[in-house]
Design a protein around this ligand. Structure first.
Ligand SMILES: NC(=O)c1ccc[n+]([C@@H]2O[C@H](COP(=O)([O-])OP(=O)(O)OC[C@H]3O[C@@H](n4cnc5c(N)ncnc54)[C@H](O)[C@@H]3O)[C@@H](O)[C@H]2O)c1
Ligand SMILES: [Zn+2]
Ligand SMILES: [Zn+2]
Length: 361
């Protein structure tokens, strides 16, 4: 029997979000219904609402969530009702050329639930990133559920579902930050701060935070930045070079998603260093660089999708480190809110007032 729950819908481009009744079908083969306990508000939800990620309105927003599996469909063996899980938006297929080469974090054929959730009049909903978790319950592919230690609070666990995992993974997976490295992080929102926390976890000796907002730099310090640079006042490339013996950082992580900050990252790294682009650009942005500098500076220029994470490997490990007191995930939660406060949370996010607002259900 399909169930009716409350969910936050983006009805059309730039229209305010509203709460509607959502019909959640019973899980079919390979699917699971999850009772959502908490879901963070991410910039990508705002992009959906603004029409920046296609026009498949209405969207069911929310994708940074944790909850308890309520029911599973045929053939599901990895999770069962009662399991505490974090939802991920890259359920790997196990069959594509990336998966077959043993690099499933690049999976080129990730999947979601086959059935659609609808409004009561039958209108099909497009769940944000194939999740749609600003809702009391949601339908996902079972592979989107990763079991973690239930001792962690849902509001903290859910963060790993998107931005915080993207940032930590940009440092430890994509950037391969190691003991003694120097790291610079440009853009210290939730993603950049997570890259800072990940770099600290990996043993980086120097972590330089760059932002245009002093409030963000203060938080970055509490996350593990050893130095801060306000790039409105100081040239960040020179500042990063000065702080690294004149050479530049071993790894520079760009967590804004703009050509000018990418160029800063490119020139602020040491010869043969690594640039990691985790910020997401918009379609019209262009980058121009002297090809000779691309060649002459060597090293690697990488992009990081979802922190190149493998949820089954990374989520339980990071939750364990958090429970042991070695990774303060709770520091990312600025406030907890109700389902009907998502619109207000978007405004606060837009003003730069929060790292994460988390809807608690
Ligand atoms: N690659 C992925 O898988 C992935 C996943 C989630 C989010 N993201 C992307 O990561 C980026 C950051 O996300 P967020 O949630 O941290 O956003 P956010 O808005 O919270 O943070 C952005 C930060 O960048 C700073 N900033 C803006 N312009 C700047 C500039 N010119 N120089 C230096 N700092 C500047 C802002 O002050 C803010 O602190 C976004 O582009 C988001 O879409 C990527
Ligand atoms: Zn695959
Ligand atoms: Zn997100």
């Amino acid at each position: 029997m399909a169930q009716e729950v409350r969910g936050v819908i983006a009805p059309g481009k730039d229209e305010p979000v509203r709460i509607e009744t959502v019909v959640v079908p019973d899980p079919g083969p390979g699917e699971a219904v999850v009772r959502v306990q908490a879901c963070g508000v991410c910039h990508t939800d705002l992009h959906y609402k603004q029409g920046g990620i296609g026009d498949d309105f209405p969207f069911l927003l929310g994708h940074e969530a944790a909850g308890v599996v309520e029911s599973v469909g045929d053939g599901v063996t990895d999770v069962e009702p009662g399991d505490f899980v974090i939802l991920n938006w890259r359920a790997v297929c196990g069959k594509c050329r990336a998966c077959l080469r043993g690099r499933p974090w690049y999976c080129f054929d990730t999947h979601n639930a086959r059935q659609r959730m609808t409004l009561t009049d039958g209108t099909e909903l497009s769940p944000a990133l194939g999740i749609g978790a600003f809702a009391e319950k949601t339908l996902v592919a079972a592979g989107q559920c990763t079991k973690v230690d239930p001792a962690v609070s849902a509001q903290v666990a859910g963060l790993l579902g998107c931005g915080v995992m993207a940032g930590i993974g940009a440092a430890i997976n994509t950037g391969n930050v190691g003991r003694g490295d120097s790291v610079a992080v440009i853009g210290c929102g939730g993603v950049g701060d997570a890259a800072i926390a990940g770099s600290r976890l990996a043993g980086a000796a120097k972590i330089i935070a760059v932002d245009i907002d002093d409030r963000k730099l203060e938080t970055a310090r509490s996350m593990g930045a050893t130095h801060t640079v306000n790039s409105r006042e100081t040239d960040p490339v020179e500042a990063i070079r000065d702080l690294t013996g004149g050479f530049g950082a071993d790894v520079v992580i760009e967590a804004v998603g703009r050509p000018e900050t990418y160029r800063q990252a490119f020139y602020a790294r040491d010869l043969a260093g690594t640039v990691v682009l985790v910020g997401v650009p918009t379609p019209e942005m262009k980058l121009e660089l002297p090809l000779l500098d691309v060649f002459g500076r060597g090293g690697s220029l990488k992009s990081s999708w979802y922190g190149d994470c493998l949820p089954s490997r990374d989520f339980p490990m990071l939750i364990d480190l958090h429970l042991q007191g070695r990774l303060d995930l709770a520091a990312f939660v600025t406030e907890t809110i109700r389902l009907d406060e998502v619109e207000k949370a978007f405004e606060r996010m837009h003003r730069g007032d929060v790292l994460r607002s988390v809807v608690v259900l």
